[in-house]
Design a protein around this ligand. Sequence first.
Ligand SMILES: [Zn+2]
Ligand SMILES: [Zn+2]
Length: 302
Amino acid sequence: MTEDIEFTDPNGNTAQPSESGTVIPETDRSITDHDIARYLLQYLLDCRGICHENMLLVVLGKLQKYTQDPTSQVCSTDKLVEIIKGINVKLNPLGYKISSVGHGMGKNNVSSMLKDTGLPSNNRFYVYVNTVTSEESKLATRFSTREIEFIKWCVEKMCVSRDCEVIIDCPIITEVDRIRNDVSWNKCITYSVESSEFFQYKDWSPIEIESLLFKLCGLKWFAKDENGRISMDLRCSVELEEYLIANGISTCENCHRLALQGTRCTSCSRSWHVDCYQHRITHIGKYCPCGESILQNGMYIV
Ligand SMILES: [Zn+2]
Ligand SMILES: [Zn+2]
């Protein structure tokens, strides 16, 4: 349920990062691989620690115009992955890393929310995450003790899926039905929560709750949709992935990452992200490992 979230940087310059004046060095006409890595990391942090792969490829392509070394001028996903591996080696002692994650709503839905880069659509995002082991200390690097109590309370609520209405024009439902090429299923579940439920938190005033929820949405921890429902955004799901899996949220049968959006088999509850569902139907088969047809006996996770 992240339909209203814009995957752009705070200045809205994601597709033309050089025009922001913050990424491309203006005086130094020749930069090294080390500089490229440093500027890419800076760009990711400027985007609040989360950025779509195509946006990073656009930035990489622009940076490479300033390098003299021909081997540094190859702009491809492989090159980006190689640079990020190098950055991660340096971040490791600091307890951070850049992690890549596919968005459960699928590449077509993700692309429809991005500025057109001319690059093929894909669902991959890069997220700057804390690698310390305990969930508590991950939160402690960014939030006060009092805020952590509230966030944990909210996340617990969002670990429980609930039935919701099948809304035909919901992007995930539209995409799943396009893949199935069939009329909609009649069952839909969600991990999102009506924002009014969060206002039942005791000891906090509505203004305090409103302002922390606003902050969490800005940090891409939570996302609020046009109906006022709040869900965990990618940063939260990546940072707290192990905790969330331990708390009962299922993983995708294909990629084994957290499945907060996608489809689920009605008889055995195996789940797939939208693109992973398409991958299974196209390359593996139309049946769930439990024997049911995943084209017919499924539900949406929105
Ligand atoms: Zn998956
Ligand atoms: Zn099944």
